[in-house]
Design a protein around this ligand. Structure first.
Ligand code: SF4
Length: 474
């Protein structure tokens, strides 16, 4: 404001000087020497007055440019500050007019959720507004409106009890509730639920379902890595699904030991495109099943010519051939973002015409007259590599060992030693608790092993001692 006032004063003073110059012209120039002609002496004051006429316009243009660039700078700074305030979980309005929730903040863009499990990458320029700010403005507006209504009612001498009560209720009960909901959302973070007694615990399905109704209970997803039934790594996650825990779990292993395990054995719950990519990229050999692994091994599946996996694929020209010999051409590509933010690319293939095909009843059940299939080539290639590994000699050994490795540890802890629920609350404390349980499990196992080996040793010693006693009889 100060600067604007100074600039306005400057502008006024320039105009005043110009006006003064016009009203009181400068004294006439000294008479020219005789040798000089009269014409150049007459031109000089004309030039000066033209410049003086232009001066206020030039100054005004300069000032306007200055003010315009300054306000632009301010706006850009404000926008930068707004973008800096965006964190995971912030609600934003996109330039397209779509409301979204920020799932991940990256260097140059944001991963936002625009609907349930629909996530898109948005560049920073694509964010129009942060909703928190808008909400505050709305709240203030509502409160002001309420106050105005009450004031008007007092002024008019109206005693509409119902309206007064409703206005007071909105002001005193409903508006404070909004802050409460904000707090709930803050605690939730990426989750869909949390326990009131332990905000770190998330509701998930448990293996023990006494009521047999699929009831969810607050808990933690415990992950362990074992070697000869010794627990070598453990961690707790809020995600109920296993596939979302594998990468952070492998990373936690790396943080502790400084290397990745060379071979990973896990069940089909961990076999996702993202997990395979991570394991292959970091030099691990994944003996990890995927959800269709056992089904694909069955004769019924292998003999089904209508299944996409059994159709002929021409890699060079990128088309499939259906059982009737029709080409299924590549029509488009689809991009999907998983709940973990992983982007998968799927190719879509479509047959030219299926309306008169005699095999249609067996082929597909859709209403459309052109069968469409969607193929994720990258995921298929990972799955095919995993299948080769799993069906190899070493893969068979690992598959037979897996049920007696981690499952045996869980079974021993839960059923032999009765540890079926945590006694402490919060992620930090439950991690410590599970750490102690794992330590106790490993110590018990080691003691049992030592006792067993001592017993074996003692038995062999008895045999040695008995040998001389037997000698005389021989
Ligand atoms: S229904 Fe279409 S895709 Fe299926 S076999 Fe017949 S022509 Fe091929």
């Amino acid at each position: 404001m100060k600067l604007k006032a100074i600039l306005a004063a400057l502008l006024l003073s320039v105009s005043a000087i110009t006006f003064a110059a016009e009203v009181n012209p400068a004294p006439a120039a000294a008479p020219a020497p005789a040798a000089q002609t009269a014409a150049p002496a007459a031109k000089k004051p004309q030039k000066k007055s033209a410049l003086m006429e232009m001066l206020p316009i030039i100054v005004m243009v300069v000032i306007m440019i200055f003010l315009f660039s300054r306000s632009n700078k301010k706006q850009a700074q404000k926008r930068m500050e707004m973008l800096d305030r965006i964190v995971k979980g912030s609600r934003v309005l996109l330039n397209s007019g779509v409301y979204a929730k920020v799932v991940e903040v990256k260097e140059n863009d944001f991963l936002v959720e625009i609907a349930d499990n629909v996530r898109v990458l948005v560049v920073k320029e694509g964010i129009a507004r942060v909703m928190e700010e808008e909400k505050k403005e709305d709240e203030e507006e509502v409160i002001n409106k309420m106050v105005r209504i009450l004031e008007k009612m007092d002024k008019d001498g109206r005693s509409d009890k119902k309206l007064r009560k409703a206005v007071r209720k909105v002001k005193e009960e409903s508006l404070p509730k909004l802050d409460e909901y904000d707090k709930h959302l803050e605690i939730l973070g990426e989750r869909n639920s949390y326990s009131k007694t332990d905000p770190d615990a998330t509701f998930m399905h448990m293996k023990e379902d006494a009521m047999n109704n699929g009831q969810t209970k607050p808990g933690y997803n415990v992950q362990i890595a074992t070697e000869n039934q010794y627990i070598v790594n453990y961690d707790l996650y809020w995600r109920p699904t296993d596939y979302g825990t594998l990468i952070p779990f492998l990373e936690s292993f790396y943080d502790k030991f400084g290397f990745y395990s060379s071979e990973i054995v896990a069940d089909s719950g961990y076999g996702s495109e993202q997990n395979y990519e991570f394991m292959f990229a970091n030099g691990m050999t994944p003996y990890v099943k995927y959800n269709m692994f056992h089904k694909e091994m069955k004769r019924k599946f292998l003999k089904n010519p209508f299944h996409q996996a059994n159709m002929f694929y021409n890699q060079e020209q990128d088309f499939y051939v259906c059982p009737m010999g029709q080409h299924m051409e590549h029509i488009t590509d689809k991009r999907t973002v998983s709940d973990l933010g992983y982007i998968s690319n799927t190719s879509v293939y479509r047959a030219a015409n299926c309306s008169k095909c005699p095999l249609r009843g067996m082929c597909y059940s859709g209403k459309c007259d052109r069968r469409t299939i969607e193929v994720n080539h990258k995921a298929n290639s990972y799955k095919s590599s995993a299948k080769t590994l799993l069906t190899s000699q070493r893969g068979l050994m690992h598959r037979s060992n897996r049920p007696i490795e981690p499952e045996a540890c869980f079974g021993n802890i839960k059923f032999n030693h009765g540890f079926k629920r945590f006694h402490l609350k919060s992620t930090r404390k439950t991690k410590v608790e599970w750490g102690l349980v794992s330590l106790a499990h490993n110590l018990r196992k080691y003691v049992a092993y030592k006792a067993k080996s001592k017993k074996k040793q003692a038995q062999s010693m008895v045999l040695v001692l008995e040998k001389p006693a037997l000698k005389p009889a021989v």
